[in-house]
Structure formats: structure tokens, C-alpha cells
Design a protein around this ligand. Structure first.
Ligand code: FES
Length: 352
């Protein structure tokens, strides 16, 4: 089995046959940078110093030919063919959280939009589950598979963990959730995970940009700020296809009226609404709406969460508008790797 050595730390782990380098690192307890695990967000980009690797599904969308030529690889997709030496950094987990694998029970399911379910999970009474708003958890599935979902509630929202799940397939986990799961269904989760959390210590105002259910981790951050009485200015852009997909539009409009400094800017990308419910707000792509309003971004911390195409557009365009890369935090879980592969026509047989 290929052995992976991290530089400069010297940490070593091995990969199983066909196992991506990132998955093997996480399995070994090494928290390497990552987000989408689908080859799109480039969070897991690292330099391969020596050794051979391959992408079974072809070069992922999140890396350019130039980057590849420069020796970089996306560890969430790269399969080691030989021993590798990989230059990357291990991200320390938040000091106040502990990653746990826990059983839980579906307490409640609320259909908040046609294809979005708010799912409330109850943990065993004796277990603490601490997380930072913005982090995600994995739902463990059969055969060692897992699906990642951002936590939509703030830690103070009670003992229930709230997730916003978009239906991404007919027969996979999300399809089963919509069609056959019910309150009382038992699940196993692992978390909290990820490095997408709100940097409270920053003096810069946050600019939240969400697409679809990518709103969920931003909602967790927002609820935390509100609960803490934090009065810093906050701007939220939420991109969705149609009005029904802005499933917390009323709450956000209320919050905008009640909390000085909070600005809510919904943007619809779908076809114009019918005459019965005309849309008088913004239309187009959400990242373009941000740039039209705020062409100079150097003074913000940007938290972006949504489909891979939205996150890619932001990563590409916002630095050209003055945003330093260290002030851009992003997350992208709208599609699981198997769903992405299907969309790209590269799914291995049997993937769902
Ligand atoms: S985690 Fe590898 S590209 Fe997103």
C-alpha cells in the first residue's frame, strides 16, 4: 500500500487501494484542509514533491493544467500509485471541539421548500456535541460511504442539530430521506468537521454569500451573532432559483428590520416569476450582484457557501476586486462526489 509522507511535519500514513489521499489522511486522524471532497473547491490542493498519482475520473474541475504542471494535486481526488511526499499543512481542529461518532435519531423533518428538508437530529442525552457555527457533519451510510451536511443552527439553539438537506438524488440518502425516512429513524453521524467557521476576532465586517442550501452554515453563523448580541455590520447575499427556494426570506427580512447593521440581499437566478407573484428584487448570478454593489472587497471577510460553480466563480473573481485570499473562506457541499461524477458523466458503475 502506498505510503504518504507529509512535508514539513513528517507525518506518515498509508492509503488503501483506490482510496483518495485525503480520505486516507482523515482516516488516519490527520485534518488536512478540505471542503467539498468533490474536486471542485480546491481547498485540498497540495504540492506533490515526489511520487506518482492518478485521477481515475480525469482531471478535476478545481485544478488547472498550469497548477498541475506546477506539481499541484487535489488530494480529495488523487489516488497514489507509488509512495508520495506531499507538501501541505495540517489544520488544527478548533481547540474547543472534539470530533465524535455518535448515534442519533430524527426528531423532526420540516419540508421548507420543494426539494429542501430541514432535518432535526436528537443526540443521546449524555453526549455533548460542541461545534463552531459553519462546521459540518457527516452522516455515515452503508458500505463506509458518508454524506456531508453543514449544520444550520447555532450551538445555543438547543440539543437538536438542524441540517438543511437538498434532494440530490432519487435513490441515494437524500432521496430516501424525502421518501421513506421519518421521525424516529436512527442515523449515525460524525463531526463536527471542517474549517469553515466564523472568525470572531477579525475587525473586518463579514460578507456572507450563499447559494441554495449553502445558506445553512451562514445561517448558523448569523444566528450565533444575533444570539451573542454582536452588533457588527453583516451583509448576506442569498442566491436561489425562485422565491420558494428562499425558504427563510420572511425571517431574514424581519431580522433586517430589527437588527441595525444587518443587510439581506436575495438574488434570484431562475426565470422571472409569474404575474401572480412578481419579483421586484435582484436577478442574476449572486456573485455578480455582490460585485455590482461592492466592487472593492479589500475591507471584508467573505464567507461563501454553495454549489461548486458559485464557489469557483467567487474564488476566481473576488481577488480581482481586491479581496486577499486569506480573507476568503468557502464551503461547498451541494453535491456529493458520486453525484458530481454522474453530472460529469464519469460515474463508476453502481454509483448512485
Ligand atoms: S476538497 Fe478537494 S477540491 Fe474540494
Amino acid at each position: 500500500m502506498p505510503q504518504i509522507t507529509l512535508v514539513p511535519t513528517g507525518q506518515i500514513f498509508v492509503t488503501e487501494p483506490g482510496e483518495p489521499v485525503l480520505a486516507a489522511a482523515l482516516r488516519a486522524g490527520l485534518n488536512l484542509p478540505h471542503s467539498c471532497k468533490g474536486g471542485h473547491c480546491a481547498s485540498c490542493r497540495a504540492r506533490i514533491l515526489t511520487g506518482e498519482f492518478a485521477y481515475p475520473r480525469g482531471r478535476p474541475a478545481g485544478i488547472t493544467a498550469d497548477e498541475e504542471q506546477g506539481g499541484y494535486a487535489l488530494l480529495c481526488q488523487a489516488i497514489a500509485l507509488t509512495d508520495l511526499r506531499v507538501e501541505t499543512r495540517e489544520v488544527r481542529p478548533a481547540p474547543d471541539v472534539e470530533v465524535k461518532s455518535l448515534p442519533c435519531r430524527i426528531e423532526r423533518m420540516d419540508r421548507v421548500a420543494d426539494d429542501v428538508m430541514a432535518l432535526f437530529l436528537r443526540l443521546p442525552a449524555v453526549e455533548e456535541f460542541n461545534y463552531r457555527p459553519g462546521q459540518y457533519l457527516d452522516v455515515m451510510l452503508s458500505g463506509g460511504r458518508r454524506r456531508s451536511f453543514s449544520i444550520a443552527g447555532a450551538p445555543g439553539d438547543g440539543r437538536l442539530i438542524e441540517l438543511h438537506v437538498r434532494r440530490a438524488s432519487q435513490s441515494g440518502f437524500t432521496g430516501q430521506l424525502f421518501d421513506s425516512m421519518h421521525s424516529g429513524t436512527l442515523l449515525r453521524i460524525e463531526g463536527p468537521l471542517g474549517q469553515f467557521w466564523f472568525r470572531t476576532e477579525s475587525p473586518r465586517p463579514p460578507l456572507f454569500v450563499g447559494g441554495g442550501t449553502g445558506y445553512a452554515p451562514l445561517r448558523a453563523m448569523l444566528r450565533q451573532l444575533v444570539a451573542a448580541g454582536d452588533r457588527r455590520p453583516v451583509t448576506l447575499y442569498w442566491g436561489a432559483r425562485g422565491v420558494p427556494d428562499l425558504y427563510e426570506h420572511a425571517w431574514l427580512e424581519d431580522l433586517q428590520r430589527q437588527r441595525p447593521g444587518f443587510s439581506y440581499r436575495p438574488v434570484l437566478s431562475g426565470p422571472p416569476a409569474d404575474d401572480a407573484a412578481p419579483w421586484t428584487g435582484r436577478s442574476g448570478l449572486v456573485h455578480e450582484a455582490v460585485l455590482a454593489d461592492l466592487p472593492e472587497l479589500a475591507g471584508f471577510d467573505v464567507y461563501a457557501s454553495g454549489p461548486p460553480a458559485m464557489v469557483e466563480a467567487i474564488r476566481e473573481a473576488f481577488p480581482r476586486h481586491g479581496l486577499p485570499r486569506e480573507q476568503l473562506f468557502f464551503d461547498s457541499f451541494d453535491y456529493a462526489p458520486d453525484t458530481l461524477a454522474k453530472l460529469q458523466g464519469t460515474a463508476p458503475p453502481g454509483a448512485q
